[in-house]
Write a protein that binds this ligand. Structure first.
Ligand code: AMP
Ligand code: MG
Length: 403
């Protein structure tokens, strides 16, 4: 059976990076920048005041002290967003707002809190430092500098830069089109009542939520019964997408029709079955446009398969250089008793204490377990054919959060 590391390698080899696309700034969070982006002006764009106060000439106040305060004649108020062209002369000061342009002739700003105002006179009790409370043109960013490099991920700070430099749109690797199809005659949708023998579809909602973590939206097609004709009709209508995620129906059951149907539609099987637990029946295939993941229907299997194989592929397509969540070494707080001849991914709780990572497996590890998913923030990766691992053993762990 295919080695999981090899399976991931094959998937990544077959995953093309998305073409560039212009997206609106508001929808760019989490996407990857396609080309270097430059500052369209300096920041600050002009010398401006860092305080609400008074713009003065330093020379006028050199001898100011508590004992012999100096008064300057107050001119207009300069609010933020306006420009004062009148040149400041000796003996004068302008009142000025934070962010307002420094008027010509001024070379320092004195905080409002440090002066006394008496009608048109403003009293100063100490000399300002040269250029005090002035934010200078270009001191943060110079015009033409690269502010975001190709390949960088857009976070809130990058959004701030893009907005400041007038980028209402930004060229990114286009978010992939992703379609989720859920198969299973036992499934009903979340709003429906359970009849005997039925369960609610949780996978398609879980997968959609995992995709939202990657800032991806998907087309959730809903439930298709285990009927080859219905499956063929649905897959035919939905195959034109970048990623097709199919839940259920890829195992060896009499009613597992997904693989056969995909074949009929001309999807090339690249592999089926990986040496992991849970998630063994994973199918990976493609046609000219679409990467197809046939994911086993058990909730824990589908979750693990997403984390280990689908997420890296989607992240590669989106242009990320770091395609996986972190792998860390942690110490077992409780033993791992399960042994398997396949590599195991145990849902687990990871925490940090005294600069050390500690991890314990969730008590119930059935591949149908929903509770283990909700309670877990990590996967313990147990090598194939490993002995039982006592408390205190060092294990490799995939963090599912940014712990
Ligand atoms: P399958 O991979 O289709 O053989 O399904 C394996 C197990 O997962 C069965 O017990 C299914 O009932 C369950 N299952 C399949 N699809 C879903 C789903 N969308 N949500 C929750 N459980 C599912
Ligand atoms: Mg099924």
């Amino acid at each position: 059976m295919l080695d999981p590391d090899k399976a991931k390698e094959i998937i990544l080899e077959h995953t093309p990076v998305q073409a560039p696309q212009d997206v609106a700034l508001e929808t760019s969070l989490g996407l990857v920048v396609h080309e270097d982006i430059k500052a369209t002006c300096a920041v600050p764009a002009f010398d401006n005041s860092a305080m609400d106060g008074y713009a003065v000439k330093l020379e006028d106040l050199e001898n100011a002290s508590q004992d012999s305060p100096i008064a300057l004649h107050k001119l207009d108020y300069i609010p933020a967003g306006s420009r004062q062209e009148q040149k400041l002369q000796s003996g004068q000061c302008f009142q000025i707002a934070t962010g307002a342009e420094i008027p010509p002739g001024a070379n320092a700003v004195v905080m409002k809190e440090n002066v006394t105002v008496e009608e048109s006179k403003v009293w100063f009790t100490k000399p300002p430092k040269p250029q005090e409370h002035i934010r200078f043109q270009g001191e943060d960013i110079e015009e033409g500098e690269i502010i975001i490099s190709s390949g960088e991920v857009i976070g809130p700070g990058q959004i701030s830069l893009l907005a400041a430099f007038g980028y209402a749109n930004v060229l990114v690797k286009s978010p992939p089109r992703i379609t989720i199809i859920t198969t299973g005659s036992e499934l009903v949708d979340v709003g429906e009542a359970l009849e005997p023998g039925k369960i609610r579809d949780s996978n398609s909602y879980t997968l959609a939520a995992l995709l939202r973590e990657e800032n991806c939206f998907c087309d959730r097609v809903g439930i298709v019964k285990d009927d080859p004709d219905l499956l063929l009709e649905t897959l035919k209508a939905r195959i034109d997408t970048d990623f097709l995620l199919i839940s259920g129906g890829v195992s060896v059951g009499e009613h597992d029709f997904v693989k056969g149907t995909l074949k009929e539609l001309g999807v090339e099987e690249i592999f089926w079955k990986v040496n992991i637990k849970p998630g063994k029946p994973l199918f990976f295939g493609k046609n000219e446009t679409t990467l197809v993941f046939g994911m086993p229907g058990n909730p824990a299997s589908s979750y693990v398969v997403f984390e280990e194989f689908v997420r890296p592929s989607i992240r590669k397509a989106m242009g990320h250089s770091n395609v996986e969540k972190n792998l860390i070494n942690a110490t077992l707080e409780e033993p791992v008793k399960q042994r398997a001849n396949r590599r195991q991914y145990l849902r687990a709780q990871l925490r940090k204490e005294d600069n050390q990572y500690l991890v314990k497996p969730m008590p119930f590890q059935g591949s149908h377990s929903l509770r283990s998913l909700a309670g877990a923030n990590a996967l313990i990766i147990v090598p194939a054919n490993s002995e039982a691992l006592p408390t205190g053993s060092s294990v490799s762990v995939r963090s599912l959060t940014t712990i």
